[in-house]
Design a protein around this ligand. Structure first.
Ligand SMILES: Cc1cc2nc3c(=O)[nH]c(=O)nc-3n(C[C@H](O)[C@H](O)[C@H](O)COP(=O)(O)OP(=O)(O)OC[C@H]3O[C@@H](n4cnc5c(N)ncnc54)[C@H](O)[C@@H]3O)c2cc1C
Length: 813
C-alpha cells in the first residue's frame, strides 16, 4: 500500500498496542487512522510474548482496563473472523509463607472490591486442579477463574483486521525517521517513504518508543530488558485447560502450550539491553539462549513441577521487552508536545493490557483528556530526572527484580538514591531521619529515636516505625513540629490575565484580594478532579501555586494546557527556588513570633492568608494553612536561606520542644482531620460533590469554569457515591487501602486510604459508599458497616465529618 500524504492520526508501531489503538480509533471514533510499522505486524516484542493474561492490579481503573482486554479478546473473533487464542483457564498464585499468604488475602479483598471473585484455596485443592504440581511447601493459593491466556500474534492480527474493517490504513515496512514540528507541535511525520501530514501522532513503538519520542523532544523513560522463557515438549498428563500459574516465591510462571509448558521468570539480577538507541533492524529477532542465566528459574521450576526433569526443551525464547522505573506502563499525551500521545513500556503485561490500553488511549487521543483515572500510568508522573538514562536503567532493573517479591506496604525503592535532596538533608539525617523518595526527592518519613537503627523494617503487620511516628504525631497535636516539605511543586502564574486564566481553570473562587489563599480543585470536563492545590494571590497579577511533589509535571501541564488562548499570562515552575518548612502545632505561633518581627497574631494574620515576613534575614512567604489540622504556617523560603531559617526555628522552638516530623506522621494527622489526598481519595473519577468538597466550588458565582457544565448537570440529582470516613476499633487490624466496605453485609465500595489515627487511637479509612439509587444521609445513617480486611470482616463505624477537631477551633485560633 502506498502512503497517503495526509492522515488525521498516525499510529507508530504495529505491535499489540498500536493495533489495538488503531482498532479503537477507527471503530469507536471513526477516525482517519494510518498505522506505520517499520517491519511487519507483531515483529517487535509482541510475537514472542508468552501470552499469560492476568487482570488484577492495585488500581481499580487499571484493573478495569485489563478486564476490558479479556472481554474484547473473548468476542473479537466473532467480529473479525480471526481467532485470538483466548482461553479462560484461570490463574493460580502460589503462597509458600505467611507473609505471602497475607498478601494474597489482601489481594483477594482487593479483587472483591473491584468486583472480581478471587478465591483462596488449600494446597489439596491446588493439587486437584494441577496434579503435576508439587504442593508440599504451599500454604495455599489464590484462584482467579476469569484470568487466562491468549495468542499474542493472533490477537494483534485480529485487531489489525478489525481496524482495517473500520477504515484504518496499515502500512508495513515503513519506518518513521523524524517529525516536522511547528510551534512545538508535530505537523508531519517523516518516513522512509516520504512525509505524511497529520494532526496527531500516537507513539506505540514499544521499546523503540524512547527513540521515537526523542525525535520530537519527548522523554519516554523506559528500558529494554532481556526476558527469557522456555517451551517444553509435551508433558504426559498435563491438561490443555490447565490454569496458568504464578509462583512468586520461586519467581516463576507457567502456562500450558500444545500439551507442554511455557515457563519463565523474573530474576533478581535482570539483564538490561542497551541504554542507548536500539537497532531498528530487529524484526522477529531474539538474543542467544542464556541457559546459565536461566538456570535459577529452571531449578525452582523443577522443584515445583518435577515432570520438567524428564521433558525436553523445545525452544528457548530470549527477547527484549520494555520495562519502566515503577513497573507501570506509560500512557497519555506527552508533556513536551501537545499532539504526541504515547502507549509504551508494558513491563511484560502488554498482552494482558493491550485491548484495554488501546481503548482508553484512543479515547484520550480524541478528547485530549483521559477518560478515567489513569494517573498510575500517566506519562506526566515522570519529570526531568527521568531523562537520565542510567538512572532509569538502574531503577527499572530494581523494579523488574521486585516483580515477584512480596509487596510490603510502605516499601521504598533503593536504587538511584539520593537523587534530589533539600539543603536540610544532612541536618535531618543527623536527627535520625529515615528517608523515602518521591519523584527523586529524599523526604524524611520518620525519625528513629536515639539508640534505634534508622531503617525501615518491612512486615505485613505494624512496622517498626509505627510507634516513633505515633510520638511525632502526638507531638504535633500537643506542642509543635516542623516538616521539611521542600519537595512541594511550586509555580507562579503572572501577567495581566493571570486571574482570568485561574478563574477558568480553578473550581473555587480565586478572585480574592492580594494576601489571600484559596484551596481549590481543578476539574476536567466531566467534573472529575484533576488536581487539588493551593493558590496564593501574592500581587494583583501574580499567583503562587503549591501542589504535591509527585504531581509536578501533571499539574503544571494541566494548568498550562488550559490557559485559554489569547490570555496574557506566564506560568513558571519555580520548585527548586523555594524550600518549604511547615511549622505546625498549638505552639507554632509562639515559635514563629520569636523569629520574626511581623505580627503573627490571629487578628493580624488570620487563617487563609499569605504574608511576606522576615525570618533570619530572609523574606519568607508564610501561608497560614494546614494539612494536619493544627494551628500552623507553611513557610516558603528562598532555597539558599532554608538552613538558616530552619536553625532559627529550631533554636527558638527549643523551649517548646520543637522536633522535625516525617511524612508518615503527616499521613496519620491528615487522616484524622479528613483531608483528602489526590490520586487516592480524590481522582479524575470523582467530582467535588462526591468527595464532600462541594463547598470549594464557585457554582453560586456567575463565572464559567472548566467542569462547571458537568457539575450543573449533577446539581440537585442524588449522588451515586460519597466519600465517607470509617474507624475500626480492633487494634490488631491493619488498614492498607482497597478494603471492601460492607453496608448491611453487602459490598458498597472500598477504601481509598487506610491508616491509623494516633490521637483518636483507632484505625481510619476513607472510601466511597456507592448506591445506584442515591447515597442520602438517611441511607448512610441507616446502615451497619463492616470492612473486609485481608479477607476477614471487621465491624466499622461510619463518620460524616473529620474525626478530630470537627469545629476547626484549633486551626483558626
Ligand atoms: C519473553 C517475553 C514474554 C512475555 N510474556 C508476556 C505475557 O505472558 N503476557 C503479557 O501480557 N505480556 C508478555 N510480554 C510482554 C509483551 O510482549 C509486550 O508488552 C507487548 O508485546 C508490547 O507491545 P507493543 O505494541 O508495545 O510493542 P511491540 O510489539 O514491540 O511493537 C512496537 C512496534 O513498533 C515498531 N516500530 C518501532 N520503531 C518504529 C519506527 N520508527 N517506525 C515504525 N515502526 C516502528 C516496531 O517494529 C514494533 O513492531 C512478554 C515479553 C517478552 C519479551
Amino acid at each position: 500500500m502506498t502512503l497517503p500524504s495526509h492522515a488525521q492520526i498516525v499510529v507508530i508501531g504495529g505491535g499489540i498496542i498500536g493495533c489495538s489503538t488503531a482498532y479503537h480509533l477507527a471503530k469507536d471514533h471513526k477516525a482517519d487512522v494510518l498505522l506505520l510499522e517499520q517491519g511487519t505486524l507483531t515483529s517487535g516484542s509482541t510475537w514472542h510474548a508468552a501470552g499469560l493474561v492476568g487482570q488484577l492490579r492495585s488500581s481499580a481503573s487499571i484493573t478495569r482496563v485489563l478486564k476490558y482486554s479479556v472481554e474484547l479478546y473473548k468476542g473479537l473473533e466473532a467480529e473479525t473472523g480471526l481467532a485470538t487464542g483466548w482461553k479462560m483457564t484461570g490463574c493460580l498464585r502460589l503462597a509458600t509463607n505467611q507473609d505471602r499468604w497475607t498478601e494474597f488475602k489482601r489481594l483477594a479483598t482487593t479483587a472483591g472490591s473491584f468486583g472480581m471473585d478471587m478465591h483462596l484455596i488449600s494446597p489439596e485443592e491446588v493439587k486437584r486442579m494441577w496434579p503435576l504440581m508439587n504442593v508440599d511447601d504451599l500454604v495455599g493459593a489464590s484462584w482467579l477463574p476469569t484470568d487466562g491466556q491468549a495468542s499474542p500474534s493472533d490477537i494483534t492480527q485480529s485487531l489489525a483486521k478489525g481496524a482495517r474493517m473500520h477504515g484504518a490504513k496499515i502500512v508495513e515496512t515503513v519506518r518513521v525517521t523524524g517529525f516536522e514540528m511547528k510551534d512545538g507541535r508535530i505537523v508531519a511525520v517523516k518516513t522512509t517513504e516520504g512525509d505524511v501530514a497529520c494532526e496527531k501522532v500516537v507513539n506505540c513503538a514499544g521499546q523503540w518508543a524512547r527513540q521515537v519520542g526523542d525525535m520530537a523532544g519527548i522523554n519516554v523513560p523506559l528500558q529494554a530488558v532481556k526476558h527469557q522463557y522456555i517451551v517444553t515438549e509435551k508433558i504426559e498428563g498435563l491438561s490443555t485447560n490447565a490454569p496458568t500459574i504464578r509462583d512468586p516465591d520461586r519467581r516463576t510462571y507457567f502456562k500450558e502450550e500444545v500439551g507442554g509448558l511455557v515457563m519463565g521468570g523474573y530474576e533478581p539480577d535482570p539483564q538490561p539491553w542497551l541504554t542507548g538507541d536500539l537497532p531498528n533492524d530487529w524484526a522477529f529477532r531474539l538474543f542467544d539462549d542464556d541457559f546459565d542465566h536461566f538456570e535459577q528459574h529452571m531449578m525452582q521450576a523443577m522443584e515445583r513441577v518435577p515432570a520438567l526433569e524428564n521433558v525436553g526443551v523445545k525452544q528457548m525464547i530470549n527477547g527484549p521487552e520494555s520495562f519502566t522505573p515503577d513497573g507501570n506502563f506509560i500512557l497519555g499525551v506527552a508533556p513536551e508536545c501537545k499532539n504526541m500521545f504515547v502507549g509504551a513500556g508494558f513491563n511484560a503485561f502488554g498482552i494482558a493490557s493491550g485491548g484495554g490500553a488501546g481503548w482508553v488511549l484512543a479515547q484520550w487521543v480524541i478528547d485530549g483528556e483521559a477518560p478515567l483515572d489513569l494517573w498510575v500510568v500517566d506519562i506526566r508522573r515522570f519529570a526531568g530526572m527521568h531523562r537520565d538514562r542510567q538512572w532509569v536503567c538502574d531503577r527499572t532493573l530494581e523494579a523488574y527484580g521486585k516483580h515477584y517479591t512480596i509487596a510490603f506496604p510502605h516499601e521504598e525503592y533503593e536504587s538511584g538514591r539520593p537523587r534530589l535532596v533539600s539543603p536540610l538533608y544532612q541536618r535531618l539525617k543527623t536527627s535520625g531521619a529515615v528517608f523515602g523518595s518521591k519523584l527523586g526527592w529524599e523526604r524524611p518519613n520518620w525519625f528513629a529515636p536515639a539508640g534505634t537503627e534508622p531503617k525501615d523494617v518491612y512486615s505485613m503487620g505494624r512496622q517498626n516505625w509505627f510507634e516513633p511516628a505515633g510520638d511525632e504525631h502526638r507531638h504535633v497535636r500537643e506542642a509543635v513540629g516542623v516538616f521539611d516539605q521542600s519537595s512541594f511543586s511550586k509555580y507562579e502564574l503572572s501577567g495581566p490575565d493571570a486571574l482570568k486564566a485561574l478563574d477558568w481553570i480553578c473550581a473555587n473562587d480565586v478572585a480574592k484580594p492580594v494576601g489571600r489563599l484559596t484551596y481549590t480543585q481543578l476539574l476536567n470536563t466531566r467534573g472529575g478532579i484533576e488536581a487539588d492545590l493551593t493558590v496564593a494571590r501574592i500581587a494583583d497579577e501574580k499567583f503562587y501555586i503549591v501542589t504535591g511533589t509527585g504531581f509536578r509535571t501533571h499539574d503544571f501541564g494541566w494548568i498550562a494546557d488550559h490557559i485559554p488562548d489569547g490570555l496574557d499570562c506566564t506560568l513558571a515552575d519555580i520548585t527548586e527556588e523555594w524550600g518549604t518548612l511547615s511549622l505546625m502545632g498549638p505552639k507554632a505561633r509562639d515559635v514563629l513570633a520569636a523569629v520574626t518581627s511581623a505580627d503573627v497574631s490571629n487578628a493580624a494574620f488570620p487563617f487563609g492568608h499569605v504574608r511576606e515576613i522576615p525570618v533570619a534575614g530572609a523574606t519568607v512567604r508564610a501561608l497560614r494553612v494546614t494539612y494536619v489540622g493544627e494551628l500552623g504556617w507553611e513557610l516558603h523560603i528562598p532555597i539558599a536561606a532554608l538552613g538558616e531559617v530552619y536553625d532559627a526555628l529550631m533554636a527558638a522552638g527549643g523551649d517548646h520542644g520543637i522536633r522535625p516530623i516525617g511524612y508518615r506522621a503527616l499521613e496519620s494527622l491528615r487522616l484524622e482531620k479528613g483531608y483528602r489526598a489526590w490520586s487516592s481519595d480524590i481522582t479524575p473519577n470523582d467530582t467535588p460533590f462526591e468527595a464532600g468538597l462541594g463547598w470549594a466550588v464557585k457554582l453560586r458565582k456567575n463565572i464559567d469554569f472548566l467542569g462547571r457544565r458537568a457539575l450543573e448537570g449533577l446539581a440537585g440529582k442524588p449522588l451515586k457515591k460519597r466519600l465517607m470516613g470509617f474507624t475500626v476499633d480492633d487494634p490488631s487490624v491493619v488498614l492498607a487501602g482497597r478494603e471492601t466496605i460492607l453496608r448491611n453485609g453487602e459490598p458498597v465500595g472500598y477504601l481509598t486510604s487506610g491508616g491509623y489515627g494516633y490521637t483518636i487511637g483507632k484505625n481510619i479509612g476513607y472510601g466511597y459508599v456507592r448506591n445506584a439509587d442515591g447515597v442520602s444521609d438517611d441511607y448512610l445513617k441507616s446502615g451497619t458497616y463492616e470492612l473486609v480486611v485481608a479477607a476477614e470482616k471487621t465491624p466499622a463505624t461510619l463518620h460524616f465529618g473529620p474525626l478530630y477537631d470537627p469545629s476547626m477551633d484549633k486551626i483558626k485560633a
